[in-house]
Design a protein around this ligand. Structure first.
Ligand code: NAD
Ligand code: ZN
Length: 341
């Protein structure tokens, strides 16, 4: 089969011919239709320090996908050949305390599809059936192909009550913008997003944020006073990984504000703890999606009218993967899809 793999410990990704993966009694063999490029795939492409420390080579990468079930193991229930599926890219151990408590998203032994084991940038993928998510007809293939990052946005945005709240999101990457759309859908009053990238701020505007603020030009304080927001934000979501953005987020929160942190700083990141202590802020770190509550919420919010389709800005056939990686790395895009069929 065709597959996109990291075959050398240097910058780049290469198309290879690989064997179709074998599946066990509890697994699904999935024929891939569309994959999406994640920021993580760009880190692996660039072969940064995290990738050098984490990714065994050779490795077929990728973890955002939609496809159909091609074959299934003898022990699998609830799936049939031909079912449309997306899937959770975090494989959990099933025997640690959190797994046994039904909190798999907190498993200490998580393995990542396309990170620690073969990924979805291939004609076929094998995952445990318990990681697959069967798709109702009202979920399009394209939306399903971004369920993984959409799930990051949903997990983060639904961590705290949104109804009537004023929300600040730092970082208008694909996940920040989707989180803004979720916050609106869930009943927030004002949703304000910041970035330094005008392309992405425009995309956020098209997806219904109250204000998209370019903090390299405009002051968040001015936007807040224009909206008569006298006390600060109720809910904050850090979605850039940028230390300056994180600092600004804490500073703009009202007393008693609730903050979730998804963005991953590239190293240690100084925090003014006085800001957190004296304001009585609540903090929550977010990793991945809740298994599988987030997946059901994504499906049901899509059903009830949440439309994130504008986050998909580029579509390419798989043979033009190099161009896809280039567009994603440029920052001048939302989600970039690669079609395998
Ligand atoms: P992205 O890199 O595409 O988006 C981040 C955005 O932040 C960019 O548009 C960038 O211009 C913007 N930014 C940079 N400096 C800023 C500043 N000072 N103020 C405001 N914005 C600023 O990333 P993404 O794919 O949307 O993911 C968002 C973050 O979440 C990344 O840090 C990513 O590594 C992380 N992530 C975490 C998890 C998890 O499970 N915790 C999963 C996926 C991604
Ligand atoms: Zn576990």
């Amino acid at each position: 089969m065709k597959a996109l793999a990291k075959t050398k410990r240097e910058k780049g990704i290469w198309m290879i011919d690989a064997p179709v993966p074998e599946y066990g009694p509890n697994d699904l063999l999935i024929k891939i239709k569309i994959t999406a490029i994640c920021g993580t795939d760009i880190h692996i492409y660039n072969w940064d320090k995290w990738s050098q420390d984490t990714i065994p080579v050779p490795m077929i990468t990728g973890h955002e996908f939609v496809g159909t079930v091609e074959a299934l193991g003898d022990e699998v229930n609830g799936f049939a050949v031909g079912d449309r599926v997306s899937g959770e890219g975090h494989l959990t151990c099933g025997h640690c305390r959190n797994c046994r408590a039904g909190k798999q998203h907190l498993c200490r032994n998580t393995q990542g599809v396309g990170v620690n084991r073969q990924g979805c940038f291939a004609e076929y993928l094998v995952i445990p059936a318990s990681n697959a998510f069967k798709l109702d007809d009202f979920i399009s293939d394209e939306i399903a192909s971004v369920f993984d990052p959409f799930g990051n946005a949903v997990h983060t945005a639904l961590s705290y009550d949104m109804v009537g709240e004023d929300v600040l999101i730092t970082g208008a990457g694909p996940i920040g913008i989707m989180a803004a759309a979720v916050a609106r859908h869930a009943g927030a009053r004002y949703v304000i997003i910041t970035d330094v990238n005008e392309y992405r701020l425009n995309l956020a505007r098209q997806m219904g944020v109250t204000r998209a603020v370019n903090i390299s030009k405009d002051k968040l304080e001015d936007v807040m006073s224009e909206l008569h927001m006298l006390e600060g934000f109720d809910v904050g979501m850090e979605m850039s990984g940028n230390p300056a953005a994180q600092k600004q987020l804490f500073k703009m929160m009202n007393n008693g504000g609730r903050v979730s942190l998804l963005g991953i700083p590239s190293g240690e990141c100084p925090v003014d703890w006085n800001e957190i202590i004296f304001k009585g802020l609540q903090l929550k770190g977010i990793y991945g999606r809740e298994m599988y509550e987030t997946w059901y919420k994504m499906a049901s919010m899509t059903r009830s009218g949440l439309d994130i389709s504008r986050i998909i800005t580029h579509r390419l056939p798989i043979d033009e993967f190099a161009k896809g990686f280039e567009i994603m790395a440029s920052g001048q895009s939302g989600k970039v899809l690669l079609y395998w069929d």
